[in-house]
Ligand binder design. Structure first.
Ligand SMILES: Nc1ncnc2c1ncn2[C@@H]1O[C@H](COP(=O)(O)OP(=O)(O)OP(=O)(O)O)[C@@H](O)[C@H]1O
Ligand code: SF4
Ligand SMILES: [Mg+2]
Length: 435
Protein backbone atom coordinates (compact mmCIF):
# COMPACT_ATOMS: atom_id res chain seq x y z
CA UNK A 1 0.00 0.00 0.00
CA UNK A 2 1.49 3.40 -0.96
CA UNK A 3 2.54 5.68 1.92
CA UNK A 4 0.20 8.62 2.23
CA UNK A 5 1.61 12.15 2.45
CA UNK A 6 1.28 13.75 5.89
CA UNK A 7 -1.27 16.53 5.48
CA UNK A 8 -1.69 17.19 9.19
CA UNK A 9 0.10 20.52 8.82
CA UNK A 10 -1.86 21.65 5.75
CA UNK A 11 -4.38 24.46 6.35
CA UNK A 12 -7.58 23.42 8.08
CA UNK A 13 -10.55 23.43 5.69
CA UNK A 14 -13.25 22.08 7.99
CA UNK A 15 -13.35 22.31 11.74
CA UNK A 16 -15.99 20.50 13.78
CA UNK A 17 -15.92 21.58 17.43
CA UNK A 18 -17.85 19.65 20.08
CA UNK A 19 -20.84 19.21 17.79
CA UNK A 20 -24.02 17.66 19.11
CA UNK A 21 -27.10 16.80 17.11
CA UNK A 22 -29.94 15.61 19.31
CA UNK A 23 -33.32 14.75 17.80
CA UNK A 24 -36.21 15.28 20.23
CA UNK A 25 -38.34 12.19 20.73
CA UNK A 26 -41.94 13.04 20.04
CA UNK A 27 -43.46 11.00 22.87
CA UNK A 28 -47.15 10.16 23.01
CA UNK A 29 -50.02 12.61 22.70
CA UNK A 30 -50.53 12.99 26.45
CA UNK A 31 -46.86 13.60 27.12
CA UNK A 32 -46.81 16.33 24.46
CA UNK A 33 -50.03 17.91 25.81
CA UNK A 34 -48.56 18.04 29.30
CA UNK A 35 -45.29 19.50 27.96
CA UNK A 36 -43.28 16.59 29.41
CA UNK A 37 -39.67 16.22 28.31
CA UNK A 38 -39.71 13.01 26.26
CA UNK A 39 -35.93 12.88 25.82
CA UNK A 40 -33.88 12.89 22.65
CA UNK A 41 -31.86 10.65 20.35
CA UNK A 42 -28.24 11.70 20.78
CA UNK A 43 -27.28 10.99 17.17
CA UNK A 44 -24.07 13.05 17.44
CA UNK A 45 -22.93 13.72 20.96
CA UNK A 46 -19.84 15.90 21.17
CA UNK A 47 -17.68 15.34 18.08
CA UNK A 48 -14.56 17.37 17.29
CA UNK A 49 -12.04 17.05 14.46
CA UNK A 50 -10.15 19.10 11.92
CA UNK A 51 -10.04 18.23 8.24
CA UNK A 52 -7.01 19.59 6.41
CA UNK A 53 -7.00 20.71 2.79
CA UNK A 54 -6.29 17.83 0.43
CA UNK A 55 -6.97 15.23 3.09
CA UNK A 56 -9.35 12.28 3.13
CA UNK A 57 -10.84 11.68 6.55
CA UNK A 58 -12.85 8.48 6.96
CA UNK A 59 -15.79 8.43 9.35
CA UNK A 60 -16.19 4.74 10.16
CA UNK A 61 -18.67 3.00 12.43
CA UNK A 62 -21.55 0.58 12.63
CA UNK A 63 -25.07 1.48 11.60
CA UNK A 64 -26.54 4.19 13.83
CA UNK A 65 -23.22 5.61 15.01
CA UNK A 66 -24.13 9.07 13.68
CA UNK A 67 -22.00 9.27 10.52
CA UNK A 68 -24.75 10.49 8.21
CA UNK A 69 -26.17 12.89 10.78
CA UNK A 70 -22.75 14.47 11.25
CA UNK A 71 -22.32 14.83 7.48
CA UNK A 72 -25.75 16.39 7.18
CA UNK A 73 -24.91 18.79 9.98
CA UNK A 74 -21.81 19.97 8.07
CA UNK A 75 -24.04 20.74 5.09
CA UNK A 76 -26.66 22.41 7.29
CA UNK A 77 -29.24 19.79 6.34
CA UNK A 78 -29.88 19.27 10.07
CA UNK A 79 -29.37 21.85 12.80
CA UNK A 80 -26.62 21.41 15.34
CA UNK A 81 -27.90 21.33 18.91
CA UNK A 82 -24.57 22.50 20.30
CA UNK A 83 -20.99 23.18 19.21
CA UNK A 84 -19.85 24.78 15.98
CA UNK A 85 -18.70 23.97 12.45
CA UNK A 86 -16.31 26.24 10.51
CA UNK A 87 -15.18 26.26 6.89
CA UNK A 88 -11.86 27.96 6.23
CA UNK A 89 -12.04 29.60 9.65
CA UNK A 90 -15.57 30.99 9.21
CA UNK A 91 -18.39 29.65 11.33
CA UNK A 92 -21.02 28.05 9.08
CA UNK A 93 -23.26 26.31 11.63
CA UNK A 94 -26.40 28.12 12.72
CA UNK A 95 -26.67 30.16 9.47
CA UNK A 96 -30.04 30.75 7.86
CA UNK A 97 -30.64 28.91 4.56
CA UNK A 98 -30.25 32.22 2.70
CA UNK A 99 -26.78 32.76 4.18
CA UNK A 100 -25.78 29.12 3.78
CA UNK A 101 -26.82 28.83 0.11
CA UNK A 102 -23.65 30.36 -1.40
CA UNK A 103 -21.60 27.84 0.62
CA UNK A 104 -23.33 24.92 -1.09
CA UNK A 105 -21.15 25.49 -4.15
CA UNK A 106 -18.10 24.83 -2.02
CA UNK A 107 -19.38 21.59 -0.48
CA UNK A 108 -20.99 18.67 -2.24
CA UNK A 109 -22.63 15.51 -0.94
CA UNK A 110 -22.59 12.12 -2.64
CA UNK A 111 -24.99 9.47 -1.42
CA UNK A 112 -24.90 5.72 -1.32
CA UNK A 113 -27.58 5.11 -3.92
CA UNK A 114 -26.69 6.67 -7.29
CA UNK A 115 -30.04 5.61 -8.68
CA UNK A 116 -32.00 7.61 -6.11
CA UNK A 117 -29.67 10.59 -6.58
CA UNK A 118 -30.55 11.02 -10.25
CA UNK A 119 -33.96 12.14 -11.47
CA UNK A 120 -35.14 9.32 -13.81
CA UNK A 121 -36.87 11.86 -16.06
CA UNK A 122 -33.74 13.95 -16.68
CA UNK A 123 -31.09 13.22 -19.28
CA UNK A 124 -27.51 13.07 -18.04
CA UNK A 125 -26.94 16.46 -19.69
CA UNK A 126 -29.78 18.01 -17.69
CA UNK A 127 -28.95 16.24 -14.42
CA UNK A 128 -25.23 17.04 -14.43
CA UNK A 129 -25.89 20.58 -15.70
CA UNK A 130 -28.62 21.24 -13.11
CA UNK A 131 -26.34 22.87 -10.48
CA UNK A 132 -25.03 25.29 -13.14
CA UNK A 133 -28.55 26.48 -13.76
CA UNK A 134 -29.52 26.62 -10.06
CA UNK A 135 -26.51 28.75 -9.22
CA UNK A 136 -26.90 30.84 -12.42
CA UNK A 137 -23.39 29.96 -13.56
CA UNK A 138 -23.76 29.03 -17.22
CA UNK A 139 -24.84 31.73 -19.68
CA UNK A 140 -26.68 29.52 -22.16
CA UNK A 141 -27.36 25.94 -23.26
CA UNK A 142 -24.12 25.81 -25.24
CA UNK A 143 -22.07 26.65 -22.20
CA UNK A 144 -23.99 24.14 -20.06
CA UNK A 145 -23.27 21.47 -22.67
CA UNK A 146 -19.60 22.39 -22.80
CA UNK A 147 -19.14 22.30 -19.01
CA UNK A 148 -21.15 19.08 -18.64
CA UNK A 149 -19.08 17.52 -21.42
CA UNK A 150 -15.86 18.42 -19.59
CA UNK A 151 -17.18 16.96 -16.32
CA UNK A 152 -18.31 13.73 -18.01
CA UNK A 153 -14.95 13.35 -19.66
CA UNK A 154 -13.25 13.88 -16.31
CA UNK A 155 -15.24 11.04 -14.74
CA UNK A 156 -14.71 8.70 -17.68
CA UNK A 157 -18.20 8.77 -19.20
CA UNK A 158 -16.93 8.81 -22.76
CA UNK A 159 -17.65 9.24 -25.62
CA UNK A 160 -19.39 12.23 -24.05
CA UNK A 161 -21.91 12.73 -26.88
CA UNK A 162 -23.26 9.25 -26.30
CA UNK A 163 -23.85 9.81 -22.57
CA UNK A 164 -25.32 13.32 -22.76
CA UNK A 165 -28.62 12.10 -24.17
CA UNK A 166 -28.94 9.01 -22.01
CA UNK A 167 -31.28 8.60 -19.04
CA UNK A 168 -30.19 7.15 -15.68
CA UNK A 169 -31.99 3.88 -16.49
CA UNK A 170 -29.66 3.42 -19.50
CA UNK A 171 -26.60 3.43 -17.20
CA UNK A 172 -25.02 0.74 -15.00
CA UNK A 173 -24.62 1.40 -11.25
CA UNK A 174 -20.98 2.40 -11.66
CA UNK A 175 -21.79 4.72 -14.57
CA UNK A 176 -24.57 6.34 -12.54
CA UNK A 177 -22.20 7.01 -9.64
CA UNK A 178 -19.75 8.53 -12.17
CA UNK A 179 -22.55 10.84 -13.36
CA UNK A 180 -23.26 11.79 -9.73
CA UNK A 181 -19.55 12.57 -9.31
CA UNK A 182 -19.64 14.70 -12.46
CA UNK A 183 -22.54 16.67 -11.01
CA UNK A 184 -20.67 17.04 -7.72
CA UNK A 185 -17.52 18.48 -9.30
CA UNK A 186 -19.16 20.73 -11.86
CA UNK A 187 -19.28 23.74 -9.53
CA UNK A 188 -15.64 23.35 -8.49
CA UNK A 189 -16.24 22.39 -4.82
CA UNK A 190 -13.51 22.32 -2.18
CA UNK A 191 -15.08 19.70 0.09
CA UNK A 192 -16.86 16.54 -1.01
CA UNK A 193 -18.74 14.50 1.57
CA UNK A 194 -19.19 10.99 0.25
CA UNK A 195 -21.64 8.90 2.29
CA UNK A 196 -21.03 5.21 1.47
CA UNK A 197 -20.42 6.13 -2.21
CA UNK A 198 -19.49 2.62 -3.32
CA UNK A 199 -21.37 0.32 -0.97
CA UNK A 200 -24.27 -0.26 -3.39
CA UNK A 201 -22.01 -0.94 -6.35
CA UNK A 202 -20.81 -4.33 -7.54
CA UNK A 203 -17.52 -5.41 -6.02
CA UNK A 204 -15.89 -5.25 -9.44
CA UNK A 205 -16.54 -1.53 -9.89
CA UNK A 206 -15.96 -0.32 -6.32
CA UNK A 207 -12.20 -0.03 -6.68
CA UNK A 208 -12.54 1.77 -10.01
CA UNK A 209 -14.90 4.39 -8.58
CA UNK A 210 -12.60 4.91 -5.58
CA UNK A 211 -9.63 5.27 -7.94
CA UNK A 212 -11.60 7.85 -9.86
CA UNK A 213 -12.38 9.76 -6.64
CA UNK A 214 -8.71 9.61 -5.72
CA UNK A 215 -7.75 11.03 -9.14
CA UNK A 216 -10.35 13.79 -8.86
CA UNK A 217 -8.92 14.71 -5.48
CA UNK A 218 -5.41 15.21 -6.86
CA UNK A 219 -6.47 16.93 -10.10
CA UNK A 220 -9.08 19.24 -8.62
CA UNK A 221 -7.57 19.80 -5.18
CA UNK A 222 -10.54 18.23 -3.37
CA UNK A 223 -10.82 17.37 0.29
CA UNK A 224 -13.02 14.42 1.27
CA UNK A 225 -15.04 13.36 4.24
CA UNK A 226 -15.57 9.68 3.45
CA UNK A 227 -18.37 8.02 5.39
CA UNK A 228 -18.44 4.25 5.56
CA UNK A 229 -18.95 1.19 7.71
CA UNK A 230 -16.38 -0.60 5.59
CA UNK A 231 -12.89 -0.53 7.08
CA UNK A 232 -11.44 -2.31 4.08
CA UNK A 233 -12.22 0.50 1.61
CA UNK A 234 -11.40 3.16 4.21
CA UNK A 235 -7.92 1.71 4.55
CA UNK A 236 -7.32 2.07 0.84
CA UNK A 237 -8.83 5.50 0.47
CA UNK A 238 -8.26 7.55 3.66
CA UNK A 239 -5.33 9.51 5.07
CA UNK A 240 -6.89 9.58 8.52
CA UNK A 241 -9.68 7.59 10.10
CA UNK A 242 -12.15 8.54 12.81
CA UNK A 243 -13.91 5.57 14.40
CA UNK A 244 -17.39 6.50 15.61
CA UNK A 245 -19.48 4.74 18.20
CA UNK A 246 -22.89 5.95 19.35
CA UNK A 247 -22.46 9.58 18.35
CA UNK A 248 -18.85 10.00 19.42
CA UNK A 249 -15.37 9.55 17.97
CA UNK A 250 -13.63 6.86 20.01
CA UNK A 251 -10.35 6.78 18.05
CA UNK A 252 -8.83 9.05 15.42
CA UNK A 253 -5.44 8.92 13.76
CA UNK A 254 -3.63 8.29 10.50
CA UNK A 255 -5.03 5.31 8.62
CA UNK A 256 -1.60 3.67 8.81
CA UNK A 257 -1.40 3.95 12.62
CA UNK A 258 -5.00 2.98 13.30
CA UNK A 259 -4.68 -0.16 11.17
CA UNK A 260 -1.24 -1.11 12.41
CA UNK A 261 -1.90 -0.43 16.14
CA UNK A 262 -5.60 -0.16 16.88
CA UNK A 263 -5.98 0.92 20.50
CA UNK A 264 -9.63 1.31 21.35
CA UNK A 265 -11.25 -2.09 22.00
CA UNK A 266 -14.02 -1.18 19.54
CA UNK A 267 -11.51 -0.38 16.78
CA UNK A 268 -9.78 -3.70 17.48
CA UNK A 269 -13.08 -5.54 17.23
CA UNK A 270 -13.99 -3.81 13.96
CA UNK A 271 -10.62 -4.64 12.46
CA UNK A 272 -10.84 -8.24 13.55
CA UNK A 273 -14.24 -8.46 11.87
CA UNK A 274 -12.89 -7.55 8.41
CA UNK A 275 -13.30 -10.69 6.32
CA UNK A 276 -10.13 -12.33 5.06
CA UNK A 277 -9.69 -11.61 1.35
CA UNK A 278 -8.51 -15.20 0.86
CA UNK A 279 -11.46 -17.55 1.47
CA UNK A 280 -9.10 -20.47 2.29
CA UNK A 281 -8.11 -18.54 5.42
CA UNK A 282 -11.62 -17.52 6.24
CA UNK A 283 -12.48 -17.71 9.91
CA UNK A 284 -15.93 -16.50 10.90
CA UNK A 285 -15.49 -13.39 12.97
CA UNK A 286 -18.02 -11.44 14.94
CA UNK A 287 -18.32 -7.95 16.20
CA UNK A 288 -18.38 -7.74 19.99
CA UNK A 289 -21.33 -9.32 21.75
CA UNK A 290 -24.63 -7.50 21.85
CA UNK A 291 -26.10 -4.83 19.68
CA UNK A 292 -25.48 -1.12 19.35
CA UNK A 293 -27.46 0.40 22.25
CA UNK A 294 -30.30 2.87 21.85
CA UNK A 295 -28.91 6.38 21.27
CA UNK A 296 -31.85 7.85 23.21
CA UNK A 297 -30.66 6.27 26.47
CA UNK A 298 -26.97 5.50 25.93
CA UNK A 299 -25.11 3.44 28.52
CA UNK A 300 -23.60 5.34 31.44
CA UNK A 301 -19.85 6.01 31.42
CA UNK A 302 -18.20 4.59 28.30
CA UNK A 303 -21.06 3.79 25.96
CA UNK A 304 -19.14 0.79 24.61
CA UNK A 305 -18.88 -0.85 28.05
CA UNK A 306 -21.75 -3.39 27.70
CA UNK A 307 -19.94 -4.91 24.69
CA UNK A 308 -16.33 -4.33 25.68
CA UNK A 309 -14.17 -7.38 26.47
CA UNK A 310 -11.65 -5.17 28.35
CA UNK A 311 -14.18 -3.23 30.46
CA UNK A 312 -13.21 -2.73 34.09
CA UNK A 313 -14.44 -0.99 37.24
CA UNK A 314 -14.42 2.61 35.94
CA UNK A 315 -16.25 1.95 32.69
CA UNK A 316 -19.77 2.85 33.77
CA UNK A 317 -21.56 -0.25 35.04
CA UNK A 318 -25.19 0.27 35.88
CA UNK A 319 -28.63 -1.12 36.58
CA UNK A 320 -29.41 -2.06 32.95
CA UNK A 321 -26.25 -4.18 32.77
CA UNK A 322 -27.55 -6.24 35.70
CA UNK A 323 -30.82 -6.85 33.88
CA UNK A 324 -28.96 -7.81 30.67
CA UNK A 325 -26.70 -10.18 32.62
CA UNK A 326 -29.60 -11.97 34.32
CA UNK A 327 -31.69 -12.23 31.18
CA UNK A 328 -28.73 -13.48 29.21
CA UNK A 329 -28.16 -16.22 31.74
CA UNK A 330 -31.83 -17.15 31.99
CA UNK A 331 -32.07 -17.48 28.22
CA UNK A 332 -29.49 -20.26 28.43
CA UNK A 333 -31.06 -22.22 31.33
CA UNK A 334 -33.35 -25.22 31.09
CA UNK A 335 -36.96 -24.78 32.33
CA UNK A 336 -36.37 -26.26 35.82
CA UNK A 337 -33.28 -24.14 36.54
CA UNK A 338 -34.99 -21.07 35.16
CA UNK A 339 -38.04 -21.64 37.41
CA UNK A 340 -35.77 -22.07 40.44
CA UNK A 341 -33.98 -18.76 39.81
CA UNK A 342 -37.16 -16.85 38.99
CA UNK A 343 -38.59 -18.02 42.33
CA UNK A 344 -35.70 -16.19 44.04
CA UNK A 345 -35.33 -12.92 42.09
CA UNK A 346 -38.34 -10.61 41.70
CA UNK A 347 -39.26 -8.16 38.91
CA UNK A 348 -36.39 -6.65 36.93
CA UNK A 349 -38.41 -3.67 35.72
CA UNK A 350 -36.90 -1.33 38.32
CA UNK A 351 -33.51 -1.81 36.65
CA UNK A 352 -34.54 -0.04 33.45
CA UNK A 353 -33.85 3.46 34.73
CA UNK A 354 -30.10 3.97 34.14
CA UNK A 355 -28.40 4.29 37.53
CA UNK A 356 -25.11 3.39 39.17
CA UNK A 357 -27.18 2.08 42.08
CA UNK A 358 -29.53 -0.84 41.61
CA UNK A 359 -32.01 -2.61 43.84
CA UNK A 360 -32.57 -6.27 43.03
CA UNK A 361 -35.84 -7.35 44.69
CA UNK A 362 -36.69 -10.82 46.02
CA UNK A 363 -39.50 -12.79 44.50
CA UNK A 364 -42.52 -13.36 46.83
CA UNK A 365 -41.57 -16.01 49.36
CA UNK A 366 -37.82 -15.50 48.87
CA UNK A 367 -35.43 -13.32 50.87
CA UNK A 368 -32.40 -11.03 50.45
CA UNK A 369 -29.95 -13.76 51.50
CA UNK A 370 -31.31 -15.98 48.72
CA UNK A 371 -30.86 -13.22 46.13
CA UNK A 372 -27.29 -12.51 47.32
CA UNK A 373 -26.45 -16.25 47.22
CA UNK A 374 -27.80 -16.56 43.67
CA UNK A 375 -25.76 -13.57 42.52
CA UNK A 376 -22.68 -15.21 43.99
CA UNK A 377 -23.56 -18.42 42.14
CA UNK A 378 -23.73 -16.42 38.90
CA UNK A 379 -20.37 -14.84 39.60
CA UNK A 380 -18.77 -18.22 40.19
CA UNK A 381 -20.30 -19.57 36.99
CA UNK A 382 -18.79 -16.74 34.89
CA UNK A 383 -15.94 -15.18 36.87
CA UNK A 384 -14.42 -13.55 33.75
CA UNK A 385 -17.55 -11.59 32.98
CA UNK A 386 -16.45 -7.91 33.08
CA UNK A 387 -19.69 -6.92 34.84
CA UNK A 388 -18.46 -8.20 38.22
CA UNK A 389 -15.54 -5.75 38.11
CA UNK A 390 -18.06 -2.90 38.18
CA UNK A 391 -19.63 -3.75 41.55
CA UNK A 392 -18.31 -1.57 44.39
CA UNK A 393 -20.57 -2.89 47.18
CA UNK A 394 -23.66 -5.00 47.83
CA UNK A 395 -25.91 -4.85 50.84
CA UNK A 396 -28.78 -7.10 51.83
CA UNK A 397 -31.83 -5.27 53.10
CA UNK A 398 -35.47 -6.21 53.64
CA UNK A 399 -37.02 -7.03 50.27
CA UNK A 400 -33.83 -7.41 48.24
CA UNK A 401 -30.21 -6.50 47.63
CA UNK A 402 -28.75 -3.05 47.05
CA UNK A 403 -25.93 -3.00 44.51
CA UNK A 404 -23.66 0.01 44.15
CA UNK A 405 -21.46 0.24 41.07
CA UNK A 406 -18.20 2.16 40.79
CA UNK A 407 -18.79 5.77 39.76
CA UNK A 408 -19.26 6.16 35.99
CA UNK A 409 -16.91 8.50 34.19
CA UNK A 410 -16.96 9.38 30.54
CA UNK A 411 -13.71 8.62 28.70
CA UNK A 412 -12.72 11.71 26.70
CA UNK A 413 -10.73 11.67 23.48
CA UNK A 414 -7.09 12.40 24.25
CA UNK A 415 -3.70 11.88 22.56
CA UNK A 416 -1.81 8.63 23.20
CA UNK A 417 1.57 7.36 22.05
CA UNK A 418 4.01 9.38 19.99
CA UNK A 419 2.68 8.85 16.48
CA UNK A 420 2.64 11.86 14.21
CA UNK A 421 -0.07 12.91 13.46
CA UNK A 422 -1.26 12.13 16.96
CA UNK A 423 -3.60 9.25 17.57
CA UNK A 424 -6.39 10.13 19.99
CA UNK A 425 -8.40 7.55 21.89
CA UNK A 426 -11.41 7.75 24.22
CA UNK A 427 -10.85 4.82 26.59
CA UNK A 428 -10.01 4.62 30.29
CA UNK A 429 -7.35 2.02 29.54
CA UNK A 430 -5.13 4.72 28.02
CA UNK A 431 -5.68 7.51 30.48
CA UNK A 432 -2.47 6.99 32.40
CA UNK A 433 -0.37 7.07 29.23
CA UNK A 434 1.53 10.31 28.84
CA UNK A 435 -0.21 12.59 26.30
N1 LIG B 1 -34.29 12.69 11.65
C1 LIG B 1 -34.07 11.87 12.67
N2 LIG B 1 -34.90 11.83 13.72
C2 LIG B 1 -34.67 11.01 14.80
N3 LIG B 1 -33.61 10.19 14.90
C3 LIG B 1 -32.74 10.18 13.88
C4 LIG B 1 -32.91 11.01 12.71
N4 LIG B 1 -31.86 10.78 11.86
C5 LIG B 1 -31.09 9.85 12.47
N5 LIG B 1 -31.60 9.49 13.66
C6 LIG B 1 -31.04 8.54 14.64
O1 LIG B 1 -29.73 8.99 14.90
C7 LIG B 1 -28.84 7.90 15.05
C8 LIG B 1 -27.69 8.03 14.07
O2 LIG B 1 -28.19 7.83 12.75
P1 LIG B 1 -27.28 8.00 11.44
O3 LIG B 1 -28.18 7.80 10.28
O4 LIG B 1 -26.55 9.29 11.52
O5 LIG B 1 -26.25 6.80 11.60
P2 LIG B 1 -25.24 6.20 10.53
O6 LIG B 1 -23.96 6.02 11.26
O7 LIG B 1 -25.22 7.03 9.30
O8 LIG B 1 -25.86 4.78 10.24
P3 LIG B 1 -25.87 3.90 8.87
O9 LIG B 1 -24.52 3.22 8.81
O10 LIG B 1 -26.99 2.93 9.09
O11 LIG B 1 -26.11 4.83 7.71
C9 LIG B 1 -29.67 6.64 14.87
O12 LIG B 1 -30.06 6.20 16.16
C10 LIG B 1 -30.86 7.14 14.07
O13 LIG B 1 -31.99 6.35 14.33
S1 SF4 C 1 -13.39 2.82 28.59
FE1 SF4 C 1 -12.17 1.44 27.31
S2 SF4 C 1 -12.01 -0.44 28.55
FE2 SF4 C 1 -13.67 0.75 29.39
S3 SF4 C 1 -15.50 -0.02 28.36
FE3 SF4 C 1 -14.79 1.76 27.21
S4 SF4 C 1 -13.54 0.92 25.63
FE4 SF4 C 1 -13.75 -0.71 27.16
MG1 LIG D 1 -25.61 6.60 7.30
Amino acid sequence: MPTKPDLSHAPVLLEVADVKVHFPLRGNFLQRMLGHDTGSVKAVDGVSFQLHRGEVLGLVGESGSGKTTLSRAVLSLVNVTDGSISLDGEKISGLSERHFRPLRKRMQLIFQDPHASLNPAMTILDAVGHPLRIHGIARDDRQVKKLVGEALERVGLVPVDRFLRKYPSDLSGGQKQRAVLARAIILGPELVIADEPVSMLDMSVRAKVLQLMDGLKSDLGLTYLYVTHDLATARYFCDRIAIMYLGRIVEIGSAADVYAHPRHPYTKALLEAIPEPDPRHHVPRDLPRGEVPDAAVPPLGCSFHPRCPRAFAACGWESRDLRALLEDRWAKLGPAEFARERAIIGSLDGLDVPSSEAFLPCAPGSNAAGVAALLEEHRQASPDEPFWRGIAATEERPGGVDIRFHAATDPRLHPVGDDDPRVEVACHLYETEPG
